[in-house]
Design a protein around this ligand. Structure first.
Ligand code: ACM
Length: 239
């Protein structure tokens, strides 16, 4: 792999404000000098949907939707590859998805396989393969947040040739940043985990505290950077 600049953008989204969340992210991407940027899971909508119907209402197309189009446009303008989590509406179902776009537009979509907790009542289970894309600079594969718990996900991507794992997340459990050290070490890959900060309690009694701590991890297990727990922040690391 040639020298490459990997980045995450740790966000603080406002639930349901797709235009604002997307515009903020695009502005922050435009300010970075990076080759690959990862945004959090569900970066454009926020996380805690009250029902499957609500996720469908906010869900959008992975190629031509508002967030996908805006990210494709900035990817083209900046010559950057971007992976971001969105609520995807596809054939009457809502998926917790990650898209990959680049300077030539849409590249691929991954639909989350391991839905976390109440996500199972909101989203349809993922029906895409764990796929690796050769983007020229590197071979990359996507997984989403809770997928980190299942070693098979990163193993599969690594066996398919991935150099860099793109990991949009909305982490609430504290274990993932340290676990990524082992995941990267055992699979000899880089990983970019992009998380969000803040609290959502759209359902009373089910407050979710997002832990920040976005991280870029190296194949030798070193943590190249770990973000603060409570602040929106962007970071670029050349590897
Ligand atoms: C998670 O998968 N969002 C914890």
């Amino acid at each position: 792999m040639p020298k490459i600049k990997l980045a995450f953008i740790q966000t603080s989204p406002v639930f349901g404000c797709i235009e604002k969340n997307t515009t903020d992210a695009v502005r922050r991407i435009a300010a970075l000098d990076a080759d690959i940027v990862v945004l959090p899971e569900l970066f454009s909508t926020g996380y805690q949907f009250k029902s499957a119907a609500e996720a469908l209402k906010y869900g959008d197309d992975a190629v031509s939707g508002y967030a996908a189009s805006a990210l494709s446009a900035v990817a083209k303008e900046k010559g950057v590859f971007i992976s971001a989590g969105i609520a995807e509406r596809y054939k009457g179902k809502a998926y917790n998805s990650a898209i990959l776009v680049g300077p030539s537009g849409f590249i691929g979509v991954y639909r989350k396989a391991h839905l976390f907790w109440h996500e199972k009542n909101i989203f349809a289970p993922g029906n895409t393969a764990f796929k690796v894309y050769d983007i020229g600079l590197a071979r990359v594969g996507m997984m989403i947040c809770f997928d980190w718990v299942f070693p098979e996900v990163m193993r599969t991507l690594a066996l398919k040739g991935a150099d860099v794992i793109l990991h949009p997340s909305n982490l609430v459990l504290p274990y993932c940043p340290d676990a990524m050290i082992t995941r990267c070490l055992e699979n000899r890959v880089f990983a970019i985990t992009a998380n969000r900060v803040g609290v959502e309690e759209r359902i009373k009694g089910r407050a979710l505290h997002f832990i920040g701590s976005s991280q870029i991890t190296a194949p030798n297990g070193s943590v190249l950077c770990r973000a603060a727990k409570t602040r929106a922040v962007s970071k670029v690391i050349e590897v």
